[in-house]
Design a protein around this ligand. Structure first.
Ligand code: ACO
Length: 455
């Protein structure tokens, strides 16, 4: 080993000898060799790089976590450059074609697809938990008629925490299993109640003879008929959309789920935090924004002018771009097919023509090509949901129902990961150095200070 060279290589069991990174700190001239494992170095290994004994050690600075893996996960594989998405190793295209949503939910939570017996048991368990406590209706009733459904969902999921205080036993496997099943069972019911509340319609209780999505449609749309009969094409389309939205590794809401869950908050409080993260227009809220954008554009001939506006820096093309996909989002490709099937039943949504024209022009335009901006999952989902009869403010809750499965799978994985601790990033402090407090009577007017803060 060279003079001044430090290594922590010995501490790593699986790394090959050449799987290392050698860094020279030009401040001190010292060289350090850090192990590389799974194409990553550990940020904590940088801490040994110091200019002297008083130095805290080197930090890595990564606003918005653009190049930081926060965990190891065996749930979802995503290759953004090649447009690949797999749940537990299975390609999303095959899962969307061959499986039901609850099969995929079982896969995400347990690691393997269920056999027929396991699936029957899983469906029976989820179905058993679709009812919600009558008192929860009072929470719903407290909301104004035009309350946003995401706000209602977030609040009522958080309220469930008070109905099931035993959920706090997050380290007990049986309790976790029960609460996960409970929450997956109740999400469609809460969503349907929020939807009907906004329309002033009476709530419809779950029908346990129906499957997950058909029962959801029943709770949304049943009027006076004794038994709701869902259109099978639309029910299957919803099922596919649920599968596509079920997980997407460490996205904003899942990171919120893991971060909040790392404090050992119960799964209801934690899921409410994830719902909050999903509600933003840069994340799950984008599907709603896409429809508003298409409304604003109004007709196909106005697309070029709209694109020019975006290129001039006035707003973003909603439903375009992704932090990880720098190639076509594979979910968007499947959704486009689903749209055709849905329109066979509902008639073509005229917004589709505007969306197709937007996509066509954007994919040829240097501005979007250079930035690798492609349609994401939200670009077409809203058009389908609208054709099915949903209003735009409900779109993001339709995302939250299936994503709850992914959140819970990731939450459980985080709890069982011996390496995880409470999430607590570092910061680079750029504020004032230490200074003395001056009593009010001797203090100068803070005008100059406030101007600095406002900037
Ligand atoms: N329209 C126009 N320009 C865009 C768009 C867009 N939709 N998305 C990114 N850009 C531009 C940025 O302005 C930036 O340009 P610059 O290099 O000239 O500054 C460049 O492309 C890179 O964009 P970033 O913001 O660095 O990309 P990031 O990875 O941080 O953001 C995000 C990803 C948030 C999804 C972004 O593309 C976006 O805001 N898209 C619109 C909202 C959307 O559809 N969100 C849904 C995402 S999918 C999901 O969450 C389910």
């Amino acid at each position: 080993m060279l003079r001044g060279q430090r290594t922590i290589f010995e501490g790593v069991r699986h790394a090959m000898p050449n799987e290392t990174l050698t860094i020279t700190d030009n401040r001190t001239g010292k060289t350090y060799t850090l192990p590389i494992d799974k194409d990553a170095i550990r940020a904590i290994d940088l801490r040994q790089i110091k200019t002297g004994p008083e130095d805290f050690g080197l930090l890595s600075y990564d606003p918005a976590f653009q190049n930081t893996a926060s965990c190891q996960s065996a749930i979802t594989f995503l290759d953004g450059d090649r447009g690949i998405l797999r749940y537990r190793g299975y390609p999303i295209e095959q899962l969307a074609e061959k499986c039901s949503f609850l099969e995929v939910a079982y896969l995400l939570l347990n690691g393997e697809l269920p056999g027929p017996d396991e699936l029957d048991e899983w469906i029976a368990n989820v179905t058993r938990h679709t009812m919600i406590h009558e008192n929860l209706k009072k929470f719903m009733e407290g909301f104004h008629y035009d309350a946003h459904p995401m706000g209602m969902l977030m609040s009522t999921v958080a309220a469930l925490s008070t109905f099931y205080p035993e959920a706090r036993s997050i380290h007990d496997a049986a309790t976790r299993k029960l609460e996960i099943t409970r929450l997956i069972g109740k999400m469609p019911t809460l969503t349907a109640y929020a939807y009907r509340h906004s329309l002033g319609l009476p709530y419809v209780y779950p029908d346990n003879d129906l499957g997950y999505t058909k029962n959801f449609m029943n709770m949304l749309w049943r009027r006076t008929e004794p038994k709701f009969s869902a259109n099978p094409v639309l029910a299957r389309a919803l099922e596919v959309l649920f599968i596509l939205h079920a997980d997407h590794e460490q996205n904003c809401s899942t990171s919120a789920m893991r971060a909040v869950g790392s404090s050992f908050a119960d799964p209801y409080a934690t899921t409410a935090a994830a719902i909050a993260a999903l509600s933003g227009p840069l994340h799950g809220g984008a599907n709603e924004e896409v429809l508003r954008m298409l409304d604003e554009i109004g007709s196909k001939d106005r697309v070029p002018a709209y694109i020019e506006q975006i290129k001039a820096g006035r707003g973003k093309l909603m439903g375009f771009g992704h932090r990880v996909y720098k190639n076509y989002d594979p979910r968007a490709r499947i959704i486009k097919q689903v749209a055709e099937e849905v329109f066979e039943v509902t008639g073509r949504n005229p917004k589709l023509d505007i969306a197709l024209e937007l996509e066509r022009i954007a994919l040829e335009d240097e501005f979007f090509v250079k930035r690798k901006l492609y349609p994401n999952v939200d670009f077409y989902s809203g058009i389908i949901y609208q054709a099915m009869g949903f209003t735009p403010d409900v779109f993001t809750v339709l995302f939250a129902i299936p994503r709850t499965v992914g959140w819970l799978a990731q939450w459980q994985e985080m709890l069982l990961d011996g390496e995880q601790k409470i999430a607590r990033p570092r910061q680079l402090y750029i504020g004032k150095p230490a200074r003395q407090v001056v009593r009010i009577e001797e203090r100068e007017a803070p005008a100059a200070m406030l101007a600095t803060v406002a900037r």
